[in-house]
Design a protein around this ligand. Structure first.
Ligand code: MG
Length: 171
């Protein structure tokens, strides 16, 4: 049996993953408005992956016989100053998510819930990827500064990202 504390924290994580998708769509919408369709596409791919993270948690909780409670999802920001500002927010957000995942692992280990600890290890690794890719793009944007031509090149590269559908569980 999963403890009430862990159930609630896992449920909160599901909501946080849905919020992430919401936030990335909001960023995509802003970037479309700034005529950076490649960056917007990257954010849309990210949003799809976030929904698959939520689905992963949902499926796991159902498998463990936990009733999943859908809570309100906070509204994300809708405006940013620049693509650089967006990417700064992305990295900041992913660092927050990493801390949330680590907190879940702490609870699972503390309660000797080995199955949940193992389930979460996928998320621990995923967060390393999330932070690394956000950091790489942010670093390039910082180097480019106001170099519009460079930003357009980066935009073209970001247009080629494919969402990782294979990570969708049970499809
Ligand atoms: Mg996620």
């Amino acid at each position: 049996m999963m403890s009430e504390e862990l159930k609630k924290a896992m449920n909160d994580q599901l909501v946080a993953e849905v919020y992430s998708a919401y936030m990335y769509w909001s960023m995509a919408s802003y970037l479309h408005g700034q005529d950076y369709p490649g960056m917007a596409h990257w954010m849309e791919a990210q949003a799809k992956e976030e929904l698959s993270h939520a689905a992963r948690i949902y499926n796991y909780l159902i498998d463990r016989g936990v009733k999943v409670s859908m809570a309100a999802v906070e509204a994300p920001p809708v405006e940013w100053d620049s693509p650089l500002h967006v990417m700064e927010n992305v990295l900041e957000h992913e660092k927050k998510v990493t801390a949330m995942i680590h907190n879940l692992v702490d609870i699972a280990i503390n309660e000797k819930d080995y199955a949940t600890n193992r389930f979460l290890s996928w998320f621990v690794e995923e967060q390393v990827e999330e932070e690394s890719s956000a950091h790489a793009i942010l670093a390039r944007m910082k180097k480019l500064g106001d170099d519009v031509q460079g930003l357009i090149m980066l935009d073209n590269e970001m247009a080629s990202r494919k969402p990782l559908y294979h990570i969708l569980p049970k499809d």
